[in-house]
Ligand binder design. Structure first.
Ligand code: RFL
Ligand code: PHB
Length: 388
């Protein structure tokens, strides 16, 4: 098989990249280790930044998001049950869109197939070769046959557990990481969320986040132990904590729990995000804790940068965009890392915190929900800004 860009992974990064390249007249083949059904039903992110919703519309995959997505012009922060509103519209005239990552994936897969582009599911034994040459290749097995894609460039969009990053030889990458001493227990519930907008609720028991996928489908998270066993959380215990951490200012309706899972919290970055003709994008190069809702948005920003660099290469024979790809992305990546770390530190209880730490945290929360300058700063980082 021969193409211009070989894309490993059909998550938000790989699929959005393929669509943008298609619009630029650049060919690609996507290979994905999971089945179509699996990737279209994997429940993960739900919040799309202001510019990213515009970008999805611009590349022709925003129609269903416009119809079914929920546009929020603000968010809420609870401090021990007292709820404070942050008004994005008044502060910035910007919004965020709530629309499940798996819905974005469905729309992108549908578009890819309509474009007549190649997208191979359930591939195995993926490896990359000749990364330092101008004819790199990807080997894999599909339908019981060994296959090779020869290409000009490889986009490693295969997430944190993919093969792209580990294929870069030892000694090239610097790793920056931090683990947090807690996780998030998340459920999807067939019930309305307690508010039209999100509530990040800081309490003595830890954080709870009340978000949603639709007016009748709540997505609810609880701060839990780092290595929490889901079995220790029967539905009744989850609801008890969700009620308690919401406080009395809103009513929480219970519903049938459709899904339950624990997510570890991690900050992780590799530098550089490229090696020869292999370019890493999205979770394969960086992970943020979900408190800032940045992961999928960062994946989109990476592929926008990569597609610009590839377009300049093919249309003007320019290589500077490709050479500077990592540098251009990392500025934004670190900004998102800083914001996600800050939100995480602000809103969670830490096992080793002192009484002083806790007073300082409460004072931070009071400042952030009362000073207009502080609210504007939070809003600006939360709604995001387009890659420049
Ligand atoms: P993905 O989505 O992990 O996709 C990678 C794809 O590559 C495939 N793959 C391979 N394919 C071929 N060969 C191999 N060897 C392969 N190895 C892996 C995988 O099957 C997969 O299909 O990475 P991508 O595209 O970079 O997208 C990143 C996002 O998925 C991630 O950052 C977000 O989900 C993070 N995240 C959030 N991000 C937001 O922007 N807003 C949010 O509100 C938000 N909330 C969240 C989140 C992540 C969460 N979890 C579960 C980690 C909430 C949670 C709970
Ligand atoms: C979600 O809707 O799943 C969501 C929203 C905001 C976050 C994390 C997750 O910070």
């Amino acid at each position: 098989m021969r193409t211009q860009v070989g894309i490993i992974g059909a998550g938000p990064a790989g699929l959005a990249l393929a669509r943008i390249l298609h619009l630029q007249g650049i060919s690609s083949i996507i290979i994905e280790s999971r089945s179509r059904d699996y990737i279209e039903n994997r429940i993960r992110a739900g919040l799309i930044e202001d510019w990213a919703a515009d970008m999805l519309t611009d590349i022709g995959v925003g129609e269903r998001m416009k119809r079914e997505g929920l546009v929020h012009w603000g968010t809420n922060i609870g401090i021990n049950g007292e709820i404070h509103h942050i008004d994005f519209k008044a502060l910035l005239n910007k919004r965020i869109t709530i629309y499940g990552q798996q819905e974005v994936v469905k729309d992108l897969v549908e578009r890819r197939l309509a474009d007549g582009g190649e997208l191979l599911f359930e591939v195995g034994g993926v490896s990359v070769h000749d990364l330092k040459s101008d004819r790199p290749s990807i080997r894999f097995a599909h339908d019981g046959q060994d296959k090779v894609i020869e290409c000009d460039f490889i986009a490693g969009c295969d997430g944190y557990h993919g093969i792209s990053r580990p294929s870069i030889p030892d000694g090239i990458l610097s790793v920056y990481e931090r683990d947090y001493p807690f996780g998030w227990l998340g459920i999807l519930s067939e019930s309305p969320p307690p508010d039209d907008e999100l509530i990040y609720s800081y309490t003595d028991e830890g954080l709870a986040l009340y978000t949603m996928r639709s007016p009748t489908l709540a997505r609810l998270y609880l701060q839990c132990d780092h290595d929490e066993d889901v079995a220790a959380w029967p539905d009744a215990r989850i609801w008890e904590h969700l009620h308690k951490r919401l406080g009395g200012a809103r009513k929480l309706q219970e519903g049938k729990v459709l899904q339950k899972g624990v997510t570890a919290m991690r900050s992780f970055v590799v530098e550089p995000m490229q090696y020869g003709r292999l370019f890493l994008a999205g979770d394969s190069a960086h992970i943020v804790p979900p408190t800032g809702a940045k992961g999928m948005n960062l994946a989109f920003a990476d592929v926008v940068m990569l597609s610009r660099a590839l377009e300049a290469f093919y249309s003007k024979q320019r290589t500077d965009g490709l050479e500077n790809y990592s540098k251009s992305c990392l500025k934004r990546v670190w900004n998102a890392q800083r914001f996600s770390w800050w939100m995480t530190r602000l809103l969670h209880r830490f096992p080793d915190e002192s009484a002083f730490d806790r007073r300082r945290q409460l004072s931070d929360l009071t400042y952030i929900t009362s000073s207009e300058a502080a609210m504007k700063s939070l809003a600006e980082q939360y709604v995001g800004s387009p890659p420049n």
